[in-house]
Design a protein around this ligand. Structure first.
Ligand SMILES: NC(=O)c1ccc[n+]([C@@H]2O[C@H](COP(=O)([O-])OP(=O)(O)OC[C@H]3O[C@@H](n4cnc5c(N)ncnc54)[C@H](O)[C@@H]3O)[C@@H](O)[C@H]2O)c1
Length: 351
């Protein structure tokens, strides 16, 4: 597996997106987002997505120059039409607007429809926490990409509907929870499948609802399915996913899950809460720090070094990966090389 410096891989992602017709400043936003996902250890939402996005640009599903269009603006919120643009570009614009509105009136909620894959949604809530606010973000696949069983069901009805919530912390990085409402997101199963590796226990079932470790069964005909977060209490993950479908799909106009809904397109609801309207930001941030320290000080189970707080493991991975470089699976790398050839881009040297 080839390994690259993060900056080189980011430049490559940007050049390839530009090769497909993306304006340079927008390609830079997407490339930065993707490499940050790799650095967080979420390769399922990293540079490999360039392949998918170039495909969608070329078949017309993504309009690479698409920008957010504010179609409604009211006191505490806004409605955005994403003009079928790149999800990371539209998601960023929606987040900046939510922050701006929250500064003005204490809270800002922004809905987004007609945008493409929004990627790692913790990116948006982190931006909000860095602005001194609480961030919330919910995403669905516009009612498409149904690969998840509702609890007790035998047919795929939902997408992996992620949720992210963030809060600033005094003298430390914001706390950011960022997760799919399934045991594993589809991209992580795909990565196992492409690497010819088994999926861990509890990630998926076959088309008959039987637990399986065979990642290829998710892509078989008839396909297997992802299971909701929670294992034996998967009704909790299912209920959460369903309500996210309402927030991110129904409220936004992107669409909730229904028969014959075709991907591509994400629905996104992003919300910023200006903490200072409720209590002094410094007090709040210190209390968040106290809470995190209380968790850190918990005596641990055998084999566990320390109790972590949300977002911490991603920062640990980032520090290590900036040092070691980012590896790219051979299959992904070979496909990226084909794009390099096509767009006349010189691939970076290995680290
Ligand atoms: N845009 C989309 O359509 C879409 C869909 C699904 C998932 N995603 C993205 O996929 C990425 C991966 O999702 P996932 O479900 O695999 O996440 P995950 O299971 O790797 O992590 C979930 C959360 O748990 C926290 N965490 C992990 N280990 C921990 C520990 N030991 N102690 C305390 N906290 C811990 C992490 O900080 C993170 O906030 C996310 O970035 C998500 O946004 C995007």
């Amino acid at each position: 597996m080839p390994t690259f410096a993060a900056a080189d891989l980011e430049q490559l992602a940007s050049q390839l997106l530009q090769g497909a017709g993306t304006p340079p400043e927008l390609a830079a936003i997407v490339a930065d987002h993707l490499i940050e996902a790799n650095l967080a250890g979420h390769d399922s939402h990293g540079v490999l997505r360039v392949l998918q996005y170039v495909d969608f640009i070329q078949n017309g599903h993504i309009k690479p120059a698409g920008k957010a269009r504010v179609v409604e603006r009211f006191t505490a919120g806004a409605v955005i039409d994403g003009s079928h643009g790149l999800g990371q570009v539209i998601g960023r614009e929606a987040t900046l607007l939510a922050i701006e509105i929250a500064r003005e009136c204490g809270m800002g909620g922004v809905t987004v429809r007609n945008c493409h894959h929004t990627g790692r949604i913790g990116t948006y809530t982190l931006m909000i926490a860095e602005a001194g606010m609480i961030g919330m973000c919910f995403v669905n696949s516009g009612g498409g990409a149904q690969a998840v069983l509702p609890f007790g069901g035998m047919k795929r009805r939902l997408s992996t509907n992620p949720i992210s919530i963030s809060a600033p912390q005094a003298d430390g990085p914001p706390l950011v929870v960022d997760m799919s409402t399934t045991v594993a997101p589809e991209g992580k199963v795909r990565a196992k499948y492409q690497a010819g590796k088994p999926a861990p226990d509890g990630w998926l079932v076959d088309s008959e609802g039987r637990p399986t470790n065979d990642a290829s069964l998710l892509y078989a005909d008839p396909p297997g399915a992802l299971v909701p977060l929670g294992g034996s209490v998967g009704y909790k993950g299912y209920c959460l996913a369903l309500m996210i479908d309402i927030l991110a799909g129904v409220l936004t106009g992107a669409g909730g899950c229904a028969p014959d809904r075709a991907y591509p397109g994400d629905g996104l609801f992003v919300m910023a809460i200006d903490i200072a309207r409720f209590q002094p930001l410094a007090d709040f941030s210190q209390r968040v720090r106290d809470l995190a320290e209380y968790m850190h000080a918990t005596p641990t189970m055998p084999g566990v070094d320390r109790v972590l707080v949300p977002g911490e493991i991603e920062l640990q991975r980032k520090a290590a990966l900036l040092e070691s470089g980012l590896y790219v699976e051979d299959g992904t790398w070979n496909m990226l090389l084909v794009l390099c050839e096509k767009f006349g881009v010189t691939p970076p040297a290995e680290k």
